[in-house]
Design a protein around this ligand. Structure first.
Ligand SMILES: *Cc1c(COP(=O)(O)O)cnc(C)c1O
Ligand code: SF4
Length: 382
């Protein structure tokens, strides 16, 4: 595996953690126990803006704030618009409500044949196994339930979800989701994967996790043994910005690959954070370097309290246009919109057709390429 020249988050750990040992820092339990949750926890780390303070008062009850020391160490404390900070610290914009916003934008709760399992596409099912995450992303589309312990999936509920999959042979692909499934213990993950592996009609087991970004210490040898034993596991990570890469994240990604996982990244397009072609290019190059393929660039959806993160669709299309000519196809994700109301995902592509004319052989279609040059392509008739 390629050595990383990036520093570890340990070397940039904020002042309150200077006495933490390398072993403590490397422990995911220690990281969990030392999460930053309230304004006073940020003393010596960064100066909260007045707006952030106000957001803590108004919004934290609705959607909790939590940051691992690891993720906090990636923040540039001098920059109030630091992309890491903006993803993890609340702003009062979250409290604004718009009439078009939806409580459950993807109608995940209405496509539930059993509680805690969304079955929308014939062949795929989403199984929610935890409602906790190491860091609560301010742009989370599942704000309605993530971070809320009262809605967490019980063991019995997960078992009922697995029974549903077992008796539904058209389901060939199951996605463990949440919250973050890696919030569960290795033993629980082992049990869930083992039960799923007894289902002969399942081809694909996926795991959606942001731990490689927010708590890379969670990717332990023990977890990797579990994943390897039940592999191949398709792991979808959630890197949104190149600054989220540090030696620890790289090591987590490489360990997952060593454990036989197949990695893809689901980036969410976020205003002021990653909504320009250069940032996405840099991120995708990083991902490819370490063996993680950009899978989706997701349009931020119509959930409550995340409208300030949304970009016009046009911005995503411009990024796609730029990627197509400037990075190999393996670095070009699909740009998708998850349709409100449970319509599912649709892919948006830039329009490359600039004109159509008839000819005696067939229609002549004029395309433009990534440099804006035009080329005629003669189609054949049906
Ligand atoms: C996104 C999603 C999936 C997985 O979709 P892919 O396009 O296969 O990655 C499955 N079920 C639901 C409900 C989803 O929202
Ligand atoms: S890790 Fe995923 S589920 Fe958890 S808060 Fe972030 S976006 Fe939401």
């Amino acid at each position: 595996m390629m050595a990383s020249h990036l520093p570890s988050s340990y070397s940039t750990r904020p002042e309150p953690f200077v006495d933490a040992t390398r072993e403590q820092w490397a422990s995911w339990h220690w990281q969990h126990q030392h999460r930053l949750r309230k304004p006073s926890d940020f003393e010596g780390i960064l100066e909260l803006t007045d707006d952030e303070r106000a957001a803590f008062v108004g919004g934290a009850q609705r959607f909790r704030v939590a940051l691992t020391p690891h993720y906090a160490a990636l923040i540039d404390p001098r920059n109030p618009d630091c992309p890491i900070r903006r993803q993890a610290l609340p702003r009062t914009e979250e409290l604004r409500q718009f009439p078009f916003e939806l409580h459950d934008p993807l109608a995940e709760e209405t496509h539930m044949p059993v509680p805690g399992l969304t079955h929308r596409y014939p062949d795929r099912a989403l199984l929610y196994v935890s409602h906790h995450c190491p860091v609560y992303c301010r742009h989370c589309t599942r704000k309605r339930k993530v971070s809320n312990p009262s809605t967490a999936a019980s063991k019995g509920q997960i078992e009922a979800g697995i029974r549903y999959i077992a008796k539904t042979p058209q389901v060939r692909d199951v996605i463990l989701s949440g919250g973050d499934p890696l919030t569960l213990s290795d033993e629980r993950i082992d049990e869930i994967l083992a039960s799923l592996r007894t289902i002969s009609h399942l081809d694909v087991i996926r795991l959606g996790t942001r731990n490689p970004v927010t708590l890379p210490q969670r990717i332990t040898d023990g977890l990797c043994d579990v994943l390897q034993r039940h592999g191949p596991i398709y792991v979808n990570t959630h890197f949104n910005h190149p600054a989220e890469f540090c030696a620890d994240a790289v090591q987590a990604v490489e360990k997952l690959i060593d454990a036989g996982c197949v990695l893809g990244n689901q980036m969410v397009l976020l205003r002021g954070i990653n909504d320009d072609p250069q940032t996405v290019m840099t991120l995708n190059r990083r991902l490819l370097r370490h063996g993680c393929r950009p899978y989706y660039m997701l349009q931020c959806d119509m959930a409550q309290g995340i409208t300030h993160f949304r970009t016009p669709l046009k911005v995503g299309l411009e990024i796609m246009d730029h990627l197509r000519g400037n990075i190999g196809g393996v670095g070009v994700p699909d740009f998708v919109v998850d349709l409100p109301g449970g319509g599912g995902k649709v892919e948006l592509v830039p329009d490359y057709v600039v004109g159509r004319e008839r000819s005696e052989f067939g229609e002549v279609i004029r395309f433009r390429n990534f440099q804006g040059e035009e080329y005629a392509f003669v189609d054949v008739s049906e």
